[in-house]
Each structure stands twice: as C-alpha cells, then as structure tokens.
Write a protein that binds this ligand. Structure first.
Ligand SMILES: C[S@@+](CC[C@H](N)C(=O)[O-])C[C@H]1O[C@@H](n2cnc3c(N)ncnc32)[C@H](O)[C@@H]1O
Length: 230
C-alpha cells in the first residue's frame, strides 16, 4: 500500500497543472453528479478526493453544505487544501473502516478513485453504514471490463445520440494522451487497479442494501453510478 501512496504523492506535485481529465470531461461528468445533489446543510463526503476538484465544483453550485474529503496521499491532501479551503480533509485509506459514525453523511461522492480499492465489498458496506436514510452515493469511475448488459446499454445510448456525449470522445482522447505523457515521467510504478464490470458493481451495491442503482455509460471507459440508501 505504501508504494501506491508514494505514487500519488509524486503525482500530486503536478496533478492540478496537467489535469488527468480535461475540462469537457469534468464539466460533463461532474454536471451529471452535481445535478443529483439537491438542498443545503448536507454533509458531502468525497472518497479519494485528490486535489478536491469534485468538491470544489459541487460547492460552486451548493455552497451551503459541509464538504469532507478523504485520501491516503499526504501530497494530494496538501493540494486539496490549497485548491479548496472550504473543505475538511482527512488522511485515511478507503480500504479501512471509514472514520464516520453510522447514518451521518447525506452524499458520498467519488471521482476516478474506487477502481484503486481491492476490497470493494468492505468499502460499499462502509458507505452504506455511514449514509443517512435517503442518502445517495454518486460515483464516476473507470472500468476496463464491459459486461454484455453494459455493452447493450451503451449501444442503446449511442443510438439515441445524447447531447451530453457530444465532444466527449475528442476531448477525452486529447487528455488521455496528455496524461499518458505525464505518467511516463514517474519513476514510481502505476498504482494497482482492481476493475470490475459496471453490472458487477451494481450487483455488489444491491447486495449491500442500496436501491435505485443506476448506471450511466460514457463513450469511453468512464462509468457513472448512482445509488440510494432507502
Ligand atoms: C486518479 S486520482 C482521482 C482524484 C480526484 N478524485 C479527481 O477526480 O481528480 C485517485 C485518488 O484516489 C486516491 N486513492 C487511491 N487509493 C486510495 C485508497 N485506498 N484510499 C484513499 N485514497 C486513495 C489517490 O491518492 C488519488 O488522490
């Protein structure tokens, strides 16, 4: 685990400069999640917060909430504090018991981080435990495994030509190239990834008690998940 933390510490030095994800990608994906967050005076927790881009974007729309970010990389947390001064940041691993009491969080969000977690069963149980009733989980994550159901869902969406897919691929390919160049500079190996197919994630979430688990495909390998604790 230490090696993975080091990788992110190293990456954190340039993380806000050459962004891992491009502006279109961010606008598009974050918009999909942010529109789900309704109301004020809520506790919003970001898992694997990095430099807190997602929390900052949410705060622009819903400033009267409490924002908490967790990450195991000291370097990333330093960037988070510099980037977003309205947040509370905690150094902890998503592989551990989450440091929050049961039923205390309204929204758990996460962007491109959960695929680094090996024990997703434990993480999903923990998220379920800390969410309040009617609390929501909103996630964007990568998946290099597409199951048949997911492929069908993606195909259907492609046929419908949704406007929110417009420009996504072009913008993403550009930033993908940039981020590969960026990662090549590192002496430390890329951290471990534990991808699951989107529908296996859905099944796992449902097995923990989540309802209304929804999958929204993107044209590339990012997937949006939303789920509610009823
Ligand atoms: C690809 S970055 C995404 C950062 C940010 N959410 C974003 O969208 O830009 C993955 C983040 O997850 C964090 N991370 C990875 N594995 C973790 C773990 N087991 N516990 C806590 N944080 C972790 C990394 O330190 C890094 O900040």
């Amino acid at each position: 685990m230490k090696k993975d933390e080091k990788h992110f510490d190293e990456w954190s030095k340039s993380y806000s400069g050459v962004t891992f994800v491009g502006p279109y990608f961010l606008n598009y994906l974050f918009r999909e999640l942010i529109k789900e967050i309704k109301g004020e005076n809520f506790k919003i927790l970001d898992l694997g917060t990095g430099d807190a881009k997602l929390l900052k974007a949410i705060a622009k729309v819903n400033p009267k909430n409490k924002f908490i970010g967790i990450d195991f990389s000291e370097g990333m947390l330093k960037q988070a504090k510099n980037n977003f001064n309205k947040g509370e940041f905690i150094k902890t691993s998503m592989e551990e018991k989450l440091p929050f009491k049961a039923k205390t969080i309204n929204y758990v969000v996460s962007s491109t981080a959960i695929h680094h977690v090996k024990n997703k069963d434990q993480l999903f149980s923990e998220i379920f435990r800390i969410l309040k009733e009617n609390g929501k989980l909103l996630v964007i994550d990568q998946s290099d495994k597409e199951d048949l159901e997911y492929k069908k869902l993606k195909k259907r969406l492609k046929r419908e030509k949704p406007t929110f897919w417009k420009n996504y691929s072009k913008s993403f390919i550009k930033t993908e190239r940039e981020s590969i160049k960026e990662l090549k500079k590192f002496k430390i190996k890329h951290p471990r990834e534990y991808h699951l197919s989107p529908f296996s994630i859905k099944k796992k979430l449902e097995s923990k008690g989540f309802s209304e688990v929804k999958i929204v495909p993107t044209p590339k390998f990012f997937v949006i998940y939303t789920a509610t604790k009823k």
